[in-house]
Design a protein around this ligand. Structure first.
Ligand code: KG4
Ligand code: ZN
Length: 334
């Protein structure tokens, strides 16, 4: 059989990314231009700035992805692009680039859900066995997703308020750490001790849902009260205590769901999957179990286009094609 080469394009947030993936599993090129430096001083991603950067970077990143792969558009079987969810102005740059490329060169166009991409990042490392459970933890999402087959996503639990990454970034902000704060909290947590017993939001007994806003408020209150009493709290200990609460809930619920749904694999996806404490705890919990744990390498945890090409390959082979009126959908559901 002929090899398949899918071009992936991702612009849902603050990374302009283009990749070429062979047969859905092998990265041929994977270029990511991050805009973090431009957003840092605002303490978060500024949508208008993000869109402008995507416009400036897109053709450069696209050219680099082809140059690194020693390929041209003629070698590509289909163009896959993130259609949502994300920032609408940012998504539009990727969607319109993909449409123009595909239309001008008579290539099929595939729309990809950003979270499907995060999940399929794992297939660049290892073949999926179903049923599997995906723990998706990013700046915008915290979900437990059951997959019984390729392209089938059943959300069995999700956050009722803040996403895990959002909680990390907000707590980091109150600790006056740079944006995005997740990696900084992670680092501090390794140096601190769990001296504060922050709440764990278990919710109803059978619920696989999450909630992080109470924890976030508890951290803010603790800092505020300490300040008023001139009490000194070590940043490292706050980070360690906060992280312990997040990880405890994430890991406990994931393990419980994995057993209840009798899955073969548990896969972790999204930016927070880069968290060292979370990776360590999951590995410890699953090492003795027959359930296989997959966590992507760091460069595949955060936003990239190889994951979009990987998910796009599956959709392509299932016969999905986007129409030429494909639009960015900031609240696309899985
Ligand atoms: O998946 P991602 O790159 O973008 C979204 O689609 O949201 O995730 C970004 C999120 C941010 O909230 C960032 O703080 C968090 O992932 N993050 C981390 C770590 N690395 C990135 N959170 C905790 N620990 C980390 N090591
Ligand atoms: Zn993402």
């Amino acid at each position: 059989i002929k090899d398949q080469y899918i071009l992936g394009i991702e612009t849902s947030c603050d990374e302009t990314a283009v990749a070429i993936v062979k047969n859905g599993t092998e990265i041929i090129s994977n270029v990511v231009a991050s805009q973090i430096e431009s957003h840092k001083r605002f303490g978060g991603v500024v949508p208008e700035i993000a869109s402008r950067h995507h416009v400036e970077q897109m053709t450069i990143v696209l050219e680099e992805a082809f140059t690194k792969a020693k390929m041209t558009i003629d070698d590509i079987d289909a163009v896959a692009v993130t259609e949502g969810p994300g920032l609408v102005g940012a998504l539009l740059i990727g969607v319109n680039t993909a449409k123009a490329l595909a239309f001008a060169n008579s290539k099929p166009l595939i729309g990809v859900h950003h979270i499907a991409g995060h999940i399929y990042a794992n297939q660049l490392e290892k073949e999926f066995s179903f049923p599997l459970l995906a723990l998706v933890v990013s700046g915008g999402h915290t979900e437990l997703i059951l997959m019984k087959d390729h392209g089938s996503f059943e959300i069995i639990g999700e956050t009722r308020d803040d996403a895990a990454g959002e909680a990390y970034d907000k707590v980091a902000r109150t600790l006056q750490l740079p944006y995005p704060g997740g990696p900084f909290i992670d680092k501090l947590a390794q140096e601190g001790k769990e001296t504060i017993d922050f709440p764990r939001a278990w919710l109803e007994q059978d619920s696989y849902d999450f909630s992080f806003s109470g924890l976030k408020s508890a951290v803010i209150n603790k800092l505020h009260n300490a300040e008023q009493r001139n009490e000194v709290l070590e940043k490292e200990d706050i980070a360690a205590s906060f992280q312990a609460s997040v990880i405890d809930v994430l890991v406990t619920k994931t393990l419980k769901a994995a057993i209840a749904y009798d899955v073969k694999q548990v896969i972790v996806a999204g930016g927070v999957a880069a968290n060292k404490g979370l990776r360590k705890e999951l590995e410890a919990k699953f090492v003795a179990s027959p359930i296989e744990l997959l966590i992507p390498p760091l460069y595949l945890c955060t936003d990239n286009a190889a994951m979009i090409a990987a998910a796009g390959t599956v959709a392509y082979n299932q016969g999905h094609r986007a129409a030429w009126d494909l639009n960015a959908n900031p609240s696309l559901s899985l």
